[in-house]
Design a protein around this ligand. Sequence first.
Ligand code: TA6
Length: 297
Amino acid sequence: ATLTQSSDRVTLSHPSGASATILLYGATVISWTAHGREQLWLSTASALDGSKAVRGGIPLVFPVFGPPQAGTAAEKLPQHGFARTTRWELLGRTEGESAGEANICVDFGLNAQSLDEETRAKWGGAFGLIYSVTLTSSTLETKMVVQNAGQGDSAAFDFNVLFHTYLHVPDVNKIAINGLNGLTYNDKTLGLTEHTESNETLRITAQTDRIYRSAPDELSIVDATADNKPVFTVSKVGLKDVVIWNPWADGAGKIADWEPKDGYQQMICVEAGSVAAWQTLEAGATWEGGVVHKAHL
Ligand code: TA6
């Protein structure tokens, strides 16, 4: 396994041929290949030069998901926080094993001192983040450790965290998502109203933007037109919720850096995170959560 580094990115290569490329800007995974195919969707119009959050791949959401609400500690931050728009530090690489297979892992760090002054003034948390990306022949694991480096009761902070994964699929009309039946969700396309999922499998046939609360740790994405052949398995640990997003034609049309415009047909965002409620982290405490994305043959 190898790690190659340039001024703005690192690439992990696994002996199986799998690879992952991560920009230091946002520690954003912009490519993951396995089984000889690209597994993530990335807009051809996405900025990759650090001028704007990446449109595609796996942007990191921290410390707030969505538009911050007035009256919260995050109220001055931009949508989805600052993790995806800040340059992270490359901490190093390790090689190990997962499920009996060799893996390669790279760690990135971000803390309050590395924020620009303007951003630091907008959110007071004495945070430290360690983000790890681990590659095997068919899996990409993303894991976040959040530390509160503050001292004293007043140093506790609240956060949301989410892996905003844009999975690449050959045709979104053919896939189904299993594991959501019976869950309560908030539908952003209907003003965040609350609903209960009653479909055994979820098909995506229109603009979809839902926060499924307290989701099970394993979801599968299958090809409904091929005997439910598994396409991806998404397994989370330590994270409560799952967001399912596809902007469809109307939404993609309004997103300037979304290209090709009909590219929404080749993607589905399945985003594991803790976003429906704040996670509170006391001074000196550490929180950890992650997700394994498995691409099936
Ligand atoms: O995770 C879903 C979501 O919050 C949607 O509401 C949608 O707008 C999307 O993320 C993209 O947000 P962005 O700030 O990257 O345009």
